[in-house]
Write a protein that binds this ligand. Structure first.
Ligand SMILES: *Cc1c(COP(=O)(O)O)cnc(C)c1O
Length: 439
């Protein structure tokens, strides 16, 4: 399968090139040149399949031309050491819990898959030089990527994070790992971290000295596997006879997760409608209301993994619907709605669902849930929201909203018992560069 750039100025890339490069040369995002359709009989039989079987089926539709089926199945099985259960919350509203992976957030799926795929390409080539992954994080991405790549041979990961600006729970998830993971504690903001990574990719000396790549969420190897759990959700609801008219609500920041859902739909998965749920960073909401896309700096909210002012996967959504802007807008509005919530509304939702239904939402999932309530589903419809993180990942926020002391799952506690190791850096590129050159 070939991959093209959403900007259409770069040549087609192979899967390996697309994964290693991340972003195309023309700064566009890679898209598979074809989206294969699943046979209706296969979809009807999903309810008889395990998550592993479902994920293998979907993975083959993307990658079977590039990776032998047995290797691909192994990568998928290695990736999915956990389930994504659908749990009833209220009437016809269900939570698709994507937080049962090692770092308790949905990004585990993409990060683990990408690590294994990149590891496979490196082994196949017999590359003797280590590949270095640079990743800037405001919290969740760093933990998923670091844990996904932990112990993968031939790859070293550098996680850059803003000193004092990530929560203690997040910090310990990438500073206590050791092995092939190095945490770089930057005296600056998340934007400074991102700027350092960008400069490193453009620096001639550094690229001569070491092989650099990114594990950004725009990478096709992180993005495409996220469609696995949409199929798994369908299968689970079909078992209960509830999959006829699915409305899926996705708490969105960079819009990678929801785009993977749109891909699943294009592959033939019967999803009736999508909802993009946003916090106060409402660029997409505004686009759906007005037709004007106006990216801008992000504002800080309690659902901070969605604090994105210029969602990178918007380019993929446009491309998926049409090459023509006006046409794409029409298609998008038919298929997707958008809702947005303030911190106060998110807190109210968390409180209401806890007291009414005994279910603890995290601030991101709360946006997804609330959007389904507002969408006024008909009784024949089933609403599914993606619960993208375990509420304990945002313990201090959730505790203070609910006035409780949320239990920290053992998986998370284990990180907190580890010893922090980090390298302190200023936000000056020269210092970062000399550090990498000395490695
Ligand atoms: C990353 C993240 C999101 C946003 O996902 P996108 O794919 O960027 O839209 C939502 N919730 C949580 C908990 C996240 O970590």
């Amino acid at each position: 399968m070939k991959y093209y750039s959403t900007n259409h100025q770069s040549p087609f890339a192979s899967l390996e090139e697309a994964v290693v490069k991340g972003l195309a040369g023309d700064k566009g995002l890679y898209m598979p040149e074809r989206i294969k359709r699943m046979e209706p009989s296969v979809i009807a039989n999903l309810k008889n399949c395990s998550f592993h079987e479902i994920a293998c089926l979907v993975a083959r539709m993307y990658f079977d031309e590039d990776i032998e089926p047995s290797v691909l199945d192994e990568i998928v099985c290695d990736t999915l050491s956990f389930d994504t259960p659908v749990v009833p919350v209220h009437d016809n509203i269900y939570s698709l819990e994507l937080f049962h992976g090692p770092t308790l957030a949905f990004k585990d799926v993409g990060a683990r898959f990408m690590a294994r795929l990149l590891g496979y390409f490196i082994r196949k080539k017999g590359v003797t030089d280590e590949v270095n992954v640079l990743v800037a994080t405001s919290g969740d991405t760093g933990s998923a990527v670091a844990n996904g790549f932990l112990g993968v041979e031939g790859i070293h990961v550098y996680v850059l994070y803003p000193k004092g600006k990530v929560s203690p729970i997040q910090e310990c998830q990438f500073t206590t790992l050791g092995q092939n993971i190095t945490a770089l504690e930057v005296d600056g903001t998340f934007d400074d971290c991102q700027a350092l990574v960008k400069s490193a990719f453009m620096d001639v000396d550094l690229n001569r000295h070491m092989k650099l790549t990114s594990a950004n969420s725009i990478n096709v190897a992180r993005f495409l596997p996220q469609s696995f759990y949409y199929f798994n959700a369908y299968a689970q609801l079909d078992r209960e006879g509830r999959a006829g008219e699915l409305v899926v609500s996705v708490p969105s920041g960079n819009f990678g997760n929801i785009t993977a859902g749109l891909f699943a739909q294009q592959m033939g998965l019967p999803i009736k409608h999508f909802i993009a749920a946003n916090n106060r960073n409402d660029v997409f909401y505004e686009y759906v209301q007005t037709g004007v896309y106006r990216p801008r700096p992000s504002v800080a909210t309690i659902a901070n993994a969605m604090d994105v002012g210029a969602p990178s996967n918007f380019a993929r959504i446009l491309d998926l619907f049409s090459k023509d802007g006006a046409e794409a807008y029409k298609g998008i509005c038919q298929c997707m709605s958008a809702y947005r919530y303030t911190d106060e509304e998110i807190a109210d939702t968390i409180r209401r669902v806890y007291h009414q239904d005994g279910y603890v939402l995290d601030p991101h999932g709360a946006c997804g849930y609330q959007a389904l309530c507002e969408a006024m589903l008909s009784p024949s419809e089933t609403g599914v929201f993606l619960e993208t993180a375990h509420p304990a990942k945002f313990k201090s926020t959730v505790d203070s909203i609910l006035g409780i002391d949320l239990e920290i799952p053992a998986k998370l506690q284990a990180f907190m018992n580890g010893e922090k190791q980090s390298v302190e850096l200023s936000r000056e590129f020269d210092e970062f560069k000399s550090y990498l050159l000395s490695r």
